[in-house]
Design a protein around this ligand. Structure first.
Ligand code: SF4
Ligand SMILES: [Zn+2]
Length: 125
């Protein structure tokens, strides 16, 4: 155990949409009975990439005692889930993440992915 950053899921706020499952490369988040759950805390590195895609604000990062992040277990979990991995696409040009770097963004109540080529247009209007 170590005191470190780790995801916190507010079950009351979680609506089970599943949007947070794919951004977590480590495969730490799963849907169980319609709620997001971290079944194995060793898989969560606390980076917080899941936070920005949650439409309800159910996810946060907290500092607490938790099992240390296990890089090897996370890599194995990511590999095991390769087949079910869903490619994310830019909401503007639809380029997939295999060809572009995608960033999560929020606008008008929606959680979206945008590629770095389309980002300047969003910044400058
Ligand atoms: S994105 Fe938010 S509301 Fe959707 S499953 Fe994950 S925690 Fe729940
Ligand atoms: Zn784009």
């Amino acid at each position: 155990m170590a005191r470190r950053q780790i995801v916190r899921i507010d079950e009351e706020l979680c609506n089970g949409c599943g949007l947070c499952v794919t951004p977590c490369v480590e495969g730490a988040i799963e849907l169980v009975d319609g709620k997001a759950k971290v079944l194995n805390e060793e898989l969560c590195d606390g980076a917080g990439f899941c936070l920005s895609v949650c439409p309800t604000g159910a996810l946060s990062i907290e500092m607490r005692e938790a099992p240390a992040f296990n890089e090897h277990a996370a890599a194995a979990q990511a590999k095991a889930r390769e087949g079910e991995y869903i490619q994310q696409r830019c909401f503007r040009c639809e380029v997939g993440e295999e060809y572009a770097v995608l960033l999560p963004c929020r606008t008008q109540g929606k959680s979206l992915w945008v590629c770095t080529r389309c980002l300047p247009a969003l910044i400058h209007g």
